[in-house]
Design a protein around this ligand. Sequence first.
Ligand code: DQA
Length: 146
Amino acid sequence: ANILVLNGPNLNLLGVREPGLYGSQTLNEIRSSLEARAQALGHGFDFFQSNAEHELIDRVHRAYTESVDFILINPGAYTHTSIALRDAFLATRIPFIEVHLSNIHAREPFRKHSYLSDIAKGVICGFGALSYELALTAATHILKTG
Ligand code: DQA
């Protein structure tokens, strides 16, 4: 299956950004290990990060035309603000898992609400870079079993 991994704002700074919260791995390191695992599982794999809301929305639209089967998305702070990103998923109906490095429920109250969680297949948060790997495992399972 074709899997796309999307990353929102400030995730390009992983490794230097609040390492106590987000870990010491860079986004490139996360990408490499995820890509290796996806390929071993026989998936097509693409990975994208942007600090711009419209670029993430455009990437979801493009995923629709590319017949991407599943999206793993860490929307960063757009999790808590973006009705537009929610609407892009509602429009394209591409199944997705919401991923966070940190446990958003153990932080500031404004991080508890997500505009995506209720339309996601599931949400994985709090396990650092492992959150992405767990999401890939879950996506593989969903794609196999329907
Ligand atoms: C995050 C959590 C968000 O609240 C925050 O704005 C981020 C990263 C995470 O991966 O833990 O940018 O999505």
